[in-house]
Design a protein around this ligand. Structure first.
Ligand code: SF4
Length: 224
């Protein structure tokens, strides 16, 4: 498999491009912007170790190289006031193009929200709203600790690992109102089965609860 896990080495400021998997419109299905219509820009490439449960494996592979200005115009033409930039790991492309896209989108008056795993350092210059979803695999968190000060909020998809998430929140000194907890499950019925327990956990710990609307309503269907 083509290795998409290394940070791109150059800063192509004269003619910046982005490696894009897809651009589409939908509704943000989870987290603090849940329920809002949005344009989604999914950037290609992720950071090892890759998550076996990943539901966007198609973003691990190379996408289409598109000039930043073209991406910005496409997003603008979709008519949403919110754009979610996701991946893969979007911040892999910060220096090579993403910082230019963020500047263009903000100039156009859009709200920029990022989805990041926090496996690499979140750029301090980014003015977007950073939602970080730390990953635990191979018995440890794969997470850059400085991101606890750089992300705006954190979200965790959980099943029985509530104590592990609570430990992370405590170790990182995260305020409860920066944390969103969501039920695991590729099927709506799985989410519904877990939700009462997670609801009670959130009430007790003062965490935010979020469903994952796209899988709750459409199961594991792609393209919604
Ligand atoms: S960090 Fe996200 S996009 Fe990357 S492999 Fe894990 S789940 Fe998939």
């Amino acid at each position: 498999m083509f290795d998409r896990t290394r940070e791109r080495p150059h800063d192509n400021t004269l003619d910046p491009t982005l490696d894009v998997t897809e651009i589409f419109t939908s509704i943000q299905g989870e987290g603090p912007f849940m329920g809002r219509p949005a344009a989604f820009v999914r950037l290609s490439g992720c950071v090892k170790p890759l998550c076996p449960w990943c539901d966007t494996k198609h973003a691990w592979e190379p996408g289409e190289s598109i000039p930043v200005a073209t991406v910005a115009d496409k997003v603008s033409s979709l008519g949403n006031d919110l754009v979610v930039i996701t991946g893969g790991e979007p911040f892999l492309q910060w220096a090579s193009g993403l910082k230019h896209l963020e500047a263009l989108l903000i100039k156009k008056g859009l709200t920029v929200q990022y989805e990041t795993s926090g496996k690499i350092l979140i750029p301090s210059e980014s003015k977007g709203f950073k939602v970080c979803s730390p990953k635990h695999l191979d018995d440890r968190w794969h997470y850059v600790q400085e991101n606890s000060l750089r992300a705006d909020c954190f979200k965790f998809v959980v099943k029985a690992d509530l104590a592990r998430v609570e430990g992370f929140v405590k170790d990182q000194g995260l305020a409860a109102n920066r944390v969103w907890i969501m039920p695991l499950g590729d099927l709506g019925e799985d989410q519904l089965a877990l939700s009462p327990g997670i609801w009670a956990f959130c009430v007790k710990k003062r965490f935010n609860f979020s469903p994952r609307l796209h899988t709750l309503f459409f199961n594991n269907q792609q393209g919604v």
